[in-house]
Write a protein that binds this ligand. Structure first.
Ligand code: SAM
Length: 312
């Protein structure tokens, strides 16, 4: 069969800043992005959307009052855009780390209180001799040096004893600390093969404490910048009580689903956040972590209890 391919002139547009709502269909665009609020980058999510896309959608199609659903909320890009636009938004995500990130972005914590608590934790931690040993998962010693494990255990213990309202942001800073102080290469997505072992820096407990404080400061900067927007819209956001987008019910309504779904085979979200899941106590064992795959859309893994008939 011969297929004739007709050469068409395709329009191309370079845009500075936001994508115009009246963009012609079929146009190729490139976007020079405006400096974004820090809140977008807060929290690890391996497939963040660019905010310009939900922003464009809302400006083009949403007529207030307007309610959005994001069933794959991730790090909350659609939530932020919806709230900034003045829309209401329902959200969910099956992944415990994503839920933590979105909760931090949609609730208030006093920046000064968070900073004070983090400093107090570090002061006590620096003088603490004993480190608990509560977190267990496969290959922990391969990915975490002994001193790092001790530092992380000590911080965990202190976060658990902190006032409940500021715990989420401390946990989020702790999650970044876990990633940073592991033996993964910087920027590595999955804990797979580690290249160039000789280059892994030797880390002490104090390094762990220092990184934790840095991540708390970064998180506090982000939420302090975001809070004035959130103050106006705090009542317009609601987490739906479901852990799987394939199973929704209830008497809520939305005008549009604005989301970036998980694509088949693209990202293994359970593996990507394996360390955070264990260190933050979001799963209690390797088995429990692997069980999360039964909810993950796009996974390459077939849940254990699937019979052959189901999978064909
Ligand atoms: C492409 S990401 C979304 C990224 C998000 N738009 C952002 O900017 O951060 C897809 C999300 O779908 C979530 N996910 C995968 N399977 C799911 C399921 N069955 N129910 C709900 N969320 C799911 C993943 O945890 C991931 O956070």
């Amino acid at each position: 069969m011969i297929v004739a391919v007709q050469n068409q002139q395709t329009a191309y547009l370079h845009i500075e800043g936001d994508i115009p709502a009246d963009l012609d269909e079929g146009v190729f665009i490139s976007v020079a992005r405006k400096p974004a609020l820090k809140i977008y980058s807060l929290g690890f999510q391996p497939a963040k959307s660019i905010p310009e896309i939900p922003r464009w959608f809302l400006h083009k199609y949403a007529r207030k009052p307007f309610t959005v659903l994001d069933p794959f909320a991730g790090s909350g890009t659609t939530i932020i855009e919806s709230l900034k636009y003045g829309a209401s938004v329902y959200w969910l995500d099956y992944h415990p780390l994503s839920r933590l990130i979105c909760r931090v972005k949609t609730t208030f914590a006093s920046p000064s209180e968070v900073l004070q608590s983090a400093s107090a934790i570090i002061q006590t931690a620096e003088n603490q001799k004993y480190a608990p040993n509560t977190v267990h998962f496969a290959n922990k010693d391969f990915w975490f040096q002994q001193q790092v494990q001790e530092g992380l255990e000590i911080i965990r213990e202190h976060i658990e004893a902190t006032k409940i309202t500021i715990q989420p942001i401390l946990w989020l800073a702790f999650a970044s600390t876990v990633r940073k102080t592991s033996n993964m290469n910087d920027g590595m997505l999955l804990a797979a093969k580690r290249s160039r072992f000789e280059e892994i820096p030797k880390r002490s407990r104090s390094d762990v404490f220092r990184y934790f404080l840095q991540y708390v400061e970064k998180a506090v900067e982000a939420i302090a910048e975001w809070h004035p927007f959130l103050e106006k819209s705090i009542n317009n956001v609601e987490e739906l009580p479901f852990a799987d987008a394939r199973n929704l019910s209830g008497d809520w309504l939305c005008d549009a689903i604005v989301t970036s779904p998980p694509y088949i085979n693209a990202i293994d979200y359970v593996w990507a956040a394996k360390f955070e899941l264990h260190w933050l106590g979001m799963v209690e064992s390797d088995r429990e972590r692997l069980d999360l795959y039964s909810k993950e859309i796009g996974t390459e893994r077939i849940p254990r209890d699937w019979s052959l008939d189901q999978s064909c």
